[in-house]
Each structure stands twice: as structure tokens, then as C-alpha cells.
Design a protein around this ligand. Structure first.
Ligand code: HEC
Length: 122
């Protein structure tokens, strides 16, 4: 019994701490790999083609129909809200020229996740 209590006393704070610690290195590496793939999807003229309308990072010959994609974390409350904009921009603005990439299945859910991973830290 005493051992169970001691184990609990050790486990609970470890779990609590675990939740507060930054993501483990593997998760950070995953995010970096996703962002890299997201960049090529966003820049690919046959995939996201985001450069047609947005200046992004070091993308060449960007259009200016949409705003430059910078400081995303100060413009959206969280990454999910920003992803939602990519999934269906008509939710925020029914008249937007931005294609609803998720709703119209122009990009897969995984591709949108990757693009969001790339855009969010910009
Ligand atoms: C045909 C032009 C067009 C394309 C292509 C396009 N967008 Fe947009 N986007 C816009 C416009 C215009 C806005 C401005 C907001 C609006 O219209 O509601 C916008 C807004 C955004 C915003 C919100 C910016 C802010 O600060 O509010 C994000 C994020 C975004 N676009 C991401 C993307 C991504 C990622 C892609 C590629 C997968 C993409 N856009 C492709 C036109 C486009």
C-alpha cells in the first residue's frame, strides 16, 4: 500500500510537469518536417498556389490580391483558426476570391495541416 502511495506521489507531479514542458524533440522535428513539406505545397503552382495571391517568405513573383502572410500568430488567436481560414476562407468573408481549399477538397486535410505548419510561425 505504502509503495502504491509513493508511486502515485511520484507519478502525479511527473504527469503534471510533462504537460507543461515544451514538446519533446521528436515532436519538434515532426513539426519542422511538416513545415518544410508545407512550404513546397504552398509554393507549388499545381497545389496550394498561395503565391498567386500572397507574398510568402522567400517565394518568388508573388501576387498581391491577398495580404502578405506574415505575423500570423498575431493575426489569429491560434493555429486552428488560421487553418480554418485556409480550409474555407468564405466563412470569414463570403465574397473572398480565396478558394475554399478544404471545403472544395482542392487540398487534402494532411496537406492543409502541412501548409498551416509552414505559415503559422511566419
Ligand atoms: C485567388 C487568390 C488567393 C489564393 C490562391 C490564396 N489566397 Fe489566401 N487570401 C486571399 C485574400 C483576398 C485574402 C484576404 C481575406 C479575404 O479575402 O477574406 C486572403 C487571406 C488569407 C489569410 C488570412 C490573412 C490575414 O491576415 O487575415 C491566410 C492565412 C491565407 N489567405 C492563406 C492562404 C494560403 C495558405 C493559400 C494557399 C493554400 C492561399 N491563402 C491562397 C486570396 C487568396
Amino acid at each position: 500500500m505504502r509503495r502504491i502511495v509513493r508511486n502515485l506521489l511520484l507519478t502525479v507531479p511527473a504527469l503534471l510537469l510533462g504537460g507543461m514542458l515544451p514538446a519533446p524533440p521528436a515532436a519538434i522535428a515532426d513539426e519542422a518536417a511538416m513545415a518544410k513539406e508545407g512550404k513546397s505545397l504552398a509554393f507549388n503552382r499545381k497545389k496550394g498556389n498561395c503565391l498567386a495571391c500572397h507574398a510568402i517568405d522567400d517565394g518568388v513573383s508573388p501576387g498581391n490580391i491577398g495580404p502578405p502572410l506574415v505575423q500570423m500568430s498575431s493575426r489569429f488567436p491560434n493555429k486552428a483558426a488560421m487553418r480554418d481560414q485556409i480550409w474555407d476562407a468564405t466563412k470569414r468573408n463570403p465574397g473572398t476570391p480565396m478558394p475554399p481549399f478544404g471545403r472544395h477538397k482542392i487540398l487534402s486535410e494532411g496537406d492543409i495541416d502541412r501548409i498551416a505548419a509552414f505559415i503559422w510561425p511566419l
